[in-house]
Design a binder for this molecule. Structure first.
Ligand code: PLP
Length: 484
């Protein structure tokens, strides 16, 4: 992209020219309109997008900071929470708030249970138990709120191992987590069993349904059998569900819902002595984006139960077509038995490096998400992917064939970097390398990083070079001896 350097102009620029530049900047962005992405964007087509834009724009300037000021926003929030609560089988006592996304919802649950445990049980060194597949937002919450995170290993089906969870419980446990489904492989943790454990030990259980909150209720209504995972499970004390994922709302909208206000009240923040006035907020933010709340409300109304059922049916059918297509490629295998439209697949042939397959797919214009432990590629399917499922499988077959013929692709391009990140035993070095990358991207030079080149071929400083050399050495070793 050859764009001029931008400074704050002395005089206002022409608005048409500005809009043109904005468009130019987006030219190389992932092509979600043609379903070339598998996460990041939940797209229902231009009609729905234009409609969301209108709803969003109506409340574009409105601020949900003070619920007594923009009462419209409080209304949207209450309605969205109530509707979501209904989908999650809540009752007249369930209550919650809207947040700006899954991460904020997860962070809030940790803050809530930490504060509750401190007040009710006097716990000063809080710990939480999460399955290894918990979303990274839980790691962030642990780091931000100083709650030690203990990882429960998985069973052979990649779901939380309940015995492992039991063993990790101590006097300091403030919460347990289960996901419905988890992000990496789209599998649902055994929430009923986790609920039993949580109830018997009187520990709160949060269900992270950021992905599943607007999928699983409809999957069940379509007649598929899934073990209960929502407020029907007595031990479940809170659930997060994102309207901006399978709710198809605009970005910046999620919910966190508690069984009752005895839990929710620990989420609130009040400071009564601020010279700026008594300050109270229900979530992490100060200013809260009115447009996102209005658009979430509008999306629920515009799609309705019938719409969500139809979208869910198409999503599941498309996911099954893709899963079967992938499993028919001898060298690949889908992990576990996912039913919610989210899945991951790995290579089962030593001659096929899955990250090299990802590079080939990327060259064909697909935006690919790479996983580690095990090394795999990821897909979050929406109804729109029906139109490209055949093309995806065809490209995938070609990519696998090409990688098999060219084993050197495993140690070049982005495959080498992702291989390093996934395999290098010195995890501290991975962290340092990524921190360095971020320092470059967010530092004064605001560098744009090409994952295929920057770290592997052009590592500038000593640390990066060392990481690169170690990575390449390790990858070669792994290829030679088939380890890892
Ligand atoms: C299970 C789960 N929880 C939390 C999140 C975080 O959501 P967000 O990206 O909206 O912050 C995600 C995102 O994919 C997720 O899959």
């Amino acid at each position: 992209m050859n764009l001029p350097e931008i400074t704050l102009p002395k005089k206002a620029r022409d608005k048409q020219e500005i809009l043109q530049i904005l468009r130019e900047y987006g030219k190389n962005d992932p092509d979600y309109q043609n379903s070339r992405t598998w996460s990041l964007v939940y797209y229902l087509g231009e009609d729905h997008t234009r409609f969301l834009e209108k709803a969003h724009n109506m409340y574009f300037s409105a601020n949900g900071l003070n619920p007594l000021a923009f009462q419209s926003l409080k209304r949207f929030e209450s309605d969205v929470v109530k509707i979501t609560s209904g989908l999650l089988c809540g009752d007249k006592n369930t209550a919650g708030v809207m947040t700006t996304g899954g991460t904020e919802s997860c962070l809030l649950a940790v803050k809530t249970y930490r504060d509750m445990a401190r007040e009710c049980k006097g716990i000063k060194k809080p710990e939480m138990i999460v399955p290894e597949t918990a979303h990274v937002a839980w790691e962030k919450a642990s780091a931000y709120f100083n709650v030690k995170i203990l990882h429960a290993r998985l069973d052979k089906n990649y779901r939380a191992d309940c015995n492992a969870v039991k063993k990790l419980i101590s006097r300091n446990t403030v919460m347990i987590l289960g996901s419905a489904p988890q992000y990496p492989h789209g599998l649902i943790d055994p929430i009923v069993e986790l609920g039993d454990i949580a109830s018997s030990k009187k520990i709160p259980l949060h269900v992270d349904a950021c992905i599943g909150g607007y999928l699983l209720p409809f999957i069940e209504k379509l007649g598929y059998k899934i073990a209960p995972w929502d407020f029907r499970v007595p031990g479940v004390t809170s659930i997060s569900a994102d309207t901006h994922k399978y709710g198809f709302a605009a970005k910046g909208a999620s919910t966190i819902i508690y069984r009752n206000t005895d839990f929710l009240k620990y989420q609130f923040f009040v400071y009564e002595n601020w010279p700026g006035g008594v300050f109270a907020s229900p979530g992490l933010l100060g200013t809260r984006p009115g447009g996102a709340y209005a658009a979430a409300w509008a999306a629920l109304q515009a799609i309705g139960e019938e719409g969500y059922l139809k979208l869910t049916k198409e999503t599941l059918e498309t996911a099954q077509r893709l899963i079967q297509g992938i499993n028919r490629i001898d060298e690949l295998k889908v992990i576990g038995a996912p039913i919610a439209g989210i899945f991951a697949y790995k290579s089962v042939d030593k001659a096929v490096n899955i990250y090299a397959v990802a590079d080939q797919m990327q060259e064909k214009g697909w935006h690919v998400d790479r996983l580690q432990k095990p090394e795999a590629l990821h897909a979050m399917v929406t109804a729109r992917h029906a139109q490209i499922a055949g093309a995806y499988i065809k490209d995938l077959k070609d990519a696998v064939r090409h990688v098999k013929k060219h084993p050197e692709l495993a140690t070049s391009g982005a495959a080498a970097m992702y291989g390093m990140i996934a395999n290098i035993p010195a995890r501290g070095m991975v962290k340092k390398t990524v921190l360095k990358m971020f320092a470059d991207m967010y530092g004064p030079e605001a560098k744009m990083i090409d994952p295929g080149k920057a770290q592997i071929n052009n590592g500038h400083d000593e640390q990066t070079d060392l990481a690169t050399k170690t990575a390449l050495w390790y990858l070669k070793l792994k290829q030679k001896f088939g380890r890892g």
